[in-house]
Ligand binder design. Sequence first.
Ligand SMILES: [Fe+2]
Ligand SMILES: [Fe+2]
Length: 284
Amino acid sequence: MRTSEQWLEHFRLNLNEKRVDWTLTPDIKDYELTNIISSLQAWQLGETSEGKNLLHASTLYAKEINDSFYPEAVKLFIKEEQKHGNNLGKYLDLINQPRIKKDWGDSLFRYIRYFNSSMELWTLSVITVESTAQLFYQSLKSATECKLLKQICTDILIDEAAHIDFQFERFLTIYRNKNKASRFFSYRFYKLFYYSTILVVWFAHKKAFKAGGNNFDKYWLKMKLKFNKTIGRFNEKKTITFKYTGHEKNINKFKISAIRVVNSQNSITNHIGSKKKNRIKLFN
Ligand SMILES: [Fe+2]
Ligand SMILES: [Fe+2]
């Protein structure tokens, strides 16, 4: 388990990493754009949240646990999300596509977040959304040959791998402080929240997911694996341990983790392709 101070160091150093070459000229084909544009605009908007409510919840929580570094780490986490929004916005400007100001999915999540000052619900919703984000940016990356857009996606994927760890460690701490009965009901609620949210995200962005090679079966399986790697581990009997190895090693770890998303996507694609060829796919 990393301390908030270590996370703060990670976010500070990561902010200086420049992984996108903005001298590249965007080169997106019309047919690629048709499949992804509405989702690209919606995620761009979603990544630009000011994060005031999250910061408020973190400040309250940090007072409770007496950890002054935690809100500072959260501030930089929000800054990284805004960097994603800025990069996607810059890309939209370069390809002469408008940035949108409203999207029903974004409004729904903003509305839920507005009334939320519980750190437990924040970490749950962030882990859930970050998990769908990983698959979305991977799909976006596969759905285009544009080098610049691919680089933007890779940069986001590296950041998101760390975000999930950051939120998961906090979520686990909160969960472990609960009594047995409360854990029982909470876990079931988390599961319900996760699976209902990923269903909503599928219906909102299925065109882009499919363009990136993910039909409903693949999407669902990959999201299930992500659940098992995070919230699903709450049920494990053995102790979950974390080791902080310094920024350089961690960044490499997150890069490897971003590559693994691609590899697992390929192996799952092959697996499903061979096993379920004849199955009627309700959601396609
Ligand atoms: Fe993001
Ligand atoms: Fe994120």
